[in-house]
Design a protein around this ligand. Structure first.
Ligand SMILES: Cc1cc2nc3c(=O)[nH]c(=O)nc-3n(C[C@H](O)[C@H](O)[C@H](O)COP(=O)(O)OP(=O)(O)OC[C@H]3O[C@@H](n4cnc5c(N)ncnc54)[C@H](O)[C@@H]3O)c2cc1C
Length: 401
């Protein structure tokens, strides 16, 4: 059975995170307010984050590493906190209930340490895994290409063996954190006839001469985080294969439920934030001498956010709990990702509406959540791909091909 009892250890960690945010992160946000908000101030003309902003983000990751939050979900034997996924979901929700600011960098998925990297060769761990766990280095996860997104297996990037090296050629698209990452985990075809078993994953240093960040992609998120990458005659030693040759795609797919639970947790937290903002605003803003929170239409918009928040929180926790039981909750995790991102978008739209003109203003924190919410319906499997999966799981069979 799923246990709804509050977990005292997790409550203690949440309180310690609150203290950390107050003492370490909020002062940074205040000090650098002029370049951190609104979002467009963070960016250079070419779409990249300004160097000072990159330094601030890396400082948050390092401080979070020192405080033990950045890798709390990684196993203890590699220096992580050994936290289970249910507790992680609860904590992620708590972090995102503060809204979107530097708190986003306290614990991140692909820029930070994630389980697929545990399979790297032991000889690489001192240089990559441990500094990553400590928050001293960060990475990125390069699977998608310009012409293969949902159908990731259709990738064109190849890696060919040449003596004791692999030579990677191709390009990748949309890769989060790649312009600033110390290394890339890149996926390439090593055997074109082997389908999913023909894809391998490699570790490439950002200063490898065969690797270039071609351009940063400007998006509505205005976060300067996503880029197009080029690999031309990019040579890496045999030891840089992560896991076995041919295991790359399977390893990536093993993390799919985990990634969806994490996204749903973020959405549940952001809806908590929106709810709190809306209640406070609706209780204080008046029209015709009455708080707008007494108006039926406004109450309805806020009540919907509350319902979506509660439902998403439960879906995220159920997905996490099933993973923890050793199950492969492919249907529930697809429902969680789909429902969480779709309702977060509706919730953000409602919140903007409750705030009236102020909801659209860069002086308020809602428009940012709105842009972020719009984005989340696409990465880590679009809403349509989740619905395809759900339809398949309820008995309609695959509609993909
Ligand atoms: C902000 C952001 C960050 C990202 N970060 C990363 C990252 O770090 N690493 C990485 O590797 N990738 C990353 N991605 C890429 C992301 O995973 C892809 O954008 C996503 O998988 C969708 O692929 P696509 O954009 O090529 O859209 P497409 O696959 O071209 O889809 C276009 C439309 O067609 C629909 N569609 C496609 N096929 C089907 C089908 N069979 N049935 C029904 N509908 C279908 C889709 O749902 C969508 O509506 C990121 C993307 C974004 C936007």
């Amino acid at each position: 059975m799923v246990d709804f009892e509050p977990n005292n250890d997790v409550d203690m960690i949440k309180r310690s995170i609150d203290g950390f945010l107050e003492q370490e992160i909020e002062p940074l946000e205040k000090k650098h307010e002029d370049i951190l908000t609104p979002d467009y101030r963070k960016l250079r003309d070419d779409g990249r984050l300004k160097d000072e902003v990159v330094d601030i983000i890396k400082t948050v990751r390092r401080k979070s590493g020192e405080a033990g939050y950045w890798a709390m979900h990684m196993p203890e034997d590699v220096g992580g906190g050994g936290m289970n996924i249910v507790d992680l979901v609860d904590i992620l929700q708590h972090i995102y209930s503060k809204g979107l600011g530097l708190n986003e960098h306290l614990i991140e998925n692909t820029p930070g340490p994630h389980p697929t990297l545990l399979e790297m060769d032991d000889s690489l761990k001192d240089e990559y895994l441990y500094p990553l766990i400590e928050g001293k280095k960060d990475g990125c996860f390069a699977l998608t290409e310009g012409s293969s997104g949902s159908d990731a297996l259709n990738m064109s990037t190849t890696a060919e063996k040449d003596g004791d090296e692999w030579v990677i050629d191709g390009s990748k698209m949309w890769i989060t954190n790649s312009p600033y990452a110390d290394f890339v985990q890149v996926f390439a075809v090593t055997d074109p006839d082997a389908g999913p078993g023909g894809v391998s994953s490699f570790l490439v240093d950002a200063d490898n001469p065969g690797f270039t960040v071609t351009r940063v992609i400007d998006t509505i998120e205005l976060d300067g985080m996503h880029a197009e990458l080029d690999f031309t005659n990019c040579r890496v030693p045999d030891t840089n294969v992560i896991g076995e040759v041919g295991s790359g795609f399977y390893t990536a797919m093993e993390q799919i439920n985990y990634g969806r639970a994490r996204i749903a947790a973020r959405c549940a937290g952001l809806m908590e934030f929106l709810l709190e903002e809306c209640v406070e605003y609706a209780n204080s803003r008046t029209s015709w001498d009455r708080p707008i929170g007494k108006r039926q239409h406004v109450r309805g918009m806020i009540a919907d956010i509350a319902v979506w928040q509660e439902t998403v929180e439960n879906l995220a926790l159920k997905t996490a709990w099933l993973i923890e039981q050793g199950e492969n909750p492919i249907k529930v995790s697809a429902m969680a990702k789909y429902y969480a991102t779709e309702t977060l978008f509706q919730a953000a739209d409602n919140a903007v509406q409750v705030f009236g003109g102020n909801g659209l203003s860069l002086d308020y924190p809602l428009e940012r959540v709105f842009r972020y919410a719009r984005t989340l319906r696409i990465p880590e499997g679009t809403s349509e791909m989740q619905k395809e999966r759900i339809a398949d799981e309820v008995g309609l069979g695959s509609g993909i091909k």
